[in-house]
Design a protein around this ligand. Sequence first.
Ligand code: FRU
Length: 488
Amino acid sequence: MNNKEFLELVKNVEVKYEKDVGKDHYRQNYHLMPLVGFMNDPNGFIEFNGEYHLFYQYNPVYPEPKKVCWGHVKSKDLINWEKLPVALAPLDWYDSHGCYSGSAVNDNGIFTIMYTGNVKDDDGNRETYQCLAKTSDGINFTKDEKNPVISNQPKGYTRHFRDPKAWRHKDLWYMVLGAQTEKKQGTAVVYKSKDLYSWYKVGEAAGSNLPDLNFLGYMWECPNLFNMGNKDILLFCPQGVEAKGDLYNNIYQCGYLSGKLDYDTGKLSYGKFTEIDRGFEFYAPQVMEDSKGRTLMVGWMGLPDEENSPSIERHWLHCLTIIRELQLRNGKIIQKPVEEMKLLRKEEISYNGIVLENGEVQFQNIKGDSYELLCDFSYEKVQSFGVKLRCSADRKEEILFYYDALEEKLILDRSKDGFHKSGVRKCSVENSGKLRFNIFMDKSSVEIFVNDGEETFTSRIYPRQGSEDVIFFADNGTAELNLKYWKI
Ligand code: FRU
């Protein structure tokens, strides 16, 4: 099959299922999703010539055997996205079983992609190739004649060796790859190059072979290594981490180490591993710096090997998160919805000084399945308070998000979301008498930013159509609430 035939095939499945997909009330209103089929990791996030480009792992023929290519969209404002043709198709000997995740760089004016070619032989053995592709018009990409630029893995690693994230430092290129050692430990390997073609291994930024990181599993996927202020941050997705109390409860994790990268050895000095999100679905984020100097991040609102979604019946699965700006506050990454999200706000409704006293409060004009909600709570003596989202009239469905002031924990409970039968995620937040929730509700997801991004909870939810009520509550005591609401 050649590229033209592949694009034709994608177009045909998109046309075939588009109508069916469109009828699905779980289709998101303002999140990026595949037109049909399966989406996973965001890839190649970059601002180039004043436009943001975002690619994603896309298998349009899902659930038929994988044909993983790179879907492509671009935008001037991070809000309105234009769909472009598939950028990379798995048609060459070095990527025949998938154009896997990677990143994009501006190589002296040339828009260049670095990705992993995945190959499997008839016995299921994997081969892994790091590859380049370029474009002159920002739409049509040509794979490099010299591909692959790295064939398989260096000594000491298995063929789980992928997801190059490249960046420029002084006069060299660097990249970090997700890897597995022969002893089945996850690590992040740093390479350097003068020209993006000849790559030399520098070392390992960190890995679960280190005594204090030994809980971090057998494989690290999708690493990002970037600088913010005086810190270098390694953000990655370890697989094989055991749950520990409120921590690491998803099938796979995503979190970061922060310290200083030694460019001579590739080693990162680091503090403790911190989960980046506290919800049920957040994985494989891509981080980039834009021309305004902002560090932006987008994640996949899904997890590998987790395909239990009712949208499968309508021939599509998964979506991306909203774009977030990262900042450091006291050494911790905080996440804010990117400023441009305000463009989506319709008319503002606000209520101030609402007293929640041992019971519930509801407003007729605050409801829906696509909105932004900002809640500022203040409290002294109360056991718990918060909000019930997407409640059905019969109250059989509701998503609970609340603060337990005795436990000093935030709690997201989606066990009555209309689809999942169980599910609670918690994280500790100090009792300070004040708490802010900024909630982004879409048809089948919720993203909650707590205390201006100190913690986030990102999750898919599947309420029935019409489950739209919002109810504020306090138990065993009083909390005061100021709120703002915008329909989106
Ligand atoms: C993470 C991941 C990557 C890989 C890609 C394949 O979700 O497994 O490691 O490149 O997905 O689609």
